[in-house]
Design a protein around this ligand. Structure first.
Ligand code: APR
Length: 245
């Protein structure tokens, strides 16, 4: 493991062992909810569609009490070994930060669930505050300052990804010499371009995923195993190599 710039790219599959279902595995989110209900357009459409939107969101678990699992902790260990350039994640659960990674090492391509923002005046609310209002029976929480429409700080289908995050994640992918994909079907773009940028720039690709991805045939190492089991073993190997140097 003489890689100098290791970039780890994660999807919902890294959080399933923390109790958060992914989207496309059997029993995943899109088997139980219609993605159409989560689009930006649906949220903006009408008070009625917003009421349904917030109810589904509340059922889905606005705030997650989930804890990082051994895969998240292994990545934080990689950082402590001085081997991690950054994590690029599609997840909005903030489990990489909960595992100990500093904010400036986590690029959240699809935003996060820590804040709810007003689309009119930009005021931000901690998600716990909005969850409490929903739990108390409010059906369509609006902005307390201007009564504008509120939206969780995540990227909805139909919305652009945050430009500065996408730009920096692209740059890091193009500079990586080792790109590790964990728990993603790699079928949602532009996030799924990241491993392609890394490969095009000559990086080695490692994939830890329970099901196939479109770039499996370009992986130097392909691990069909649970991330929570595989990643601690990967880090153990790295530690032995680092000690051997
Ligand atoms: N270990 C390894 N792989 C796993 C595990 C696990 N414990 N659990 C699930 N997986 C794999 C699944 O086999 C699947 O290939 O993780 C992948 C999860 O894929 P998706 O559910 O499609 O999640 P993701 O790739 O993150 O989806 C991308 O789609 O709906 C949008 O915005 C949403 O960010 C999400 C994006």
């Amino acid at each position: 493991m003489n890689a100098k710039r290791v970039v780890v790219f994660t999807g919902a599959g890294i959080s399933t062992e923390s109790g958060i279902p992914d989207f496309r595995s059997p029993g995943g989110i899109w088997e139980r909810f219609d993605p159409e209900d989560f689009t930006y357009q649906r949220l903006m459409k009408s008070p009625e569609s917003r009421k349904k939107w917030w109810r589904v969101f509340q059922e889905r678990g606005l705030t997650t009490e989930a804890e990082p699992n051994p895969a998240h902790l292994a990545i934080a260990e990689l950082d402590r070994l001085g081997k991690l350039d950054c994590v690029i994640t599609q997840n909005i659960d903030s489990l990489h930060q909960k595992a100990g990674l500093p904010d400036d090492k986590v690029f959240e391509l699809h935003g996060n669930m820590r804040w709810v923002v007003c689309l009119n005046c930009g005021k931000r609310y901690p998600v716990e505050q909005i969850k409490a209002r929903l739990d108390e029976g409010e059906e369509i929480p609006d902005c307390e300052a201007c009564h504008g429409i509120l939206k969780p700080n995540m990227v909805l289908f139909g919305e652009m990804l945050p430009e500065p995050v996408l730009k920096e994640a692209t740059h890091r992918s193009e500079r990586a010499d080792l790109f590790i994909v964990i728990g993603s079907t790699l079928i949602v773009y532009p996030a799924a371009y990241m491993p392609v940028y890394a490969l095009d720039a000559g990086a080695k690709l490692v994939i830890v995923n329970l099901s196939p991805t479109p770039v499996d045939n370009q992986a130097t190492v392909l691990i069909r195993a649970k991330a929570g089991e595989a990643m601690p073993k990967v880090i153990q190997r790295v530690k032995e190599k680092v000690r051997a140097v």
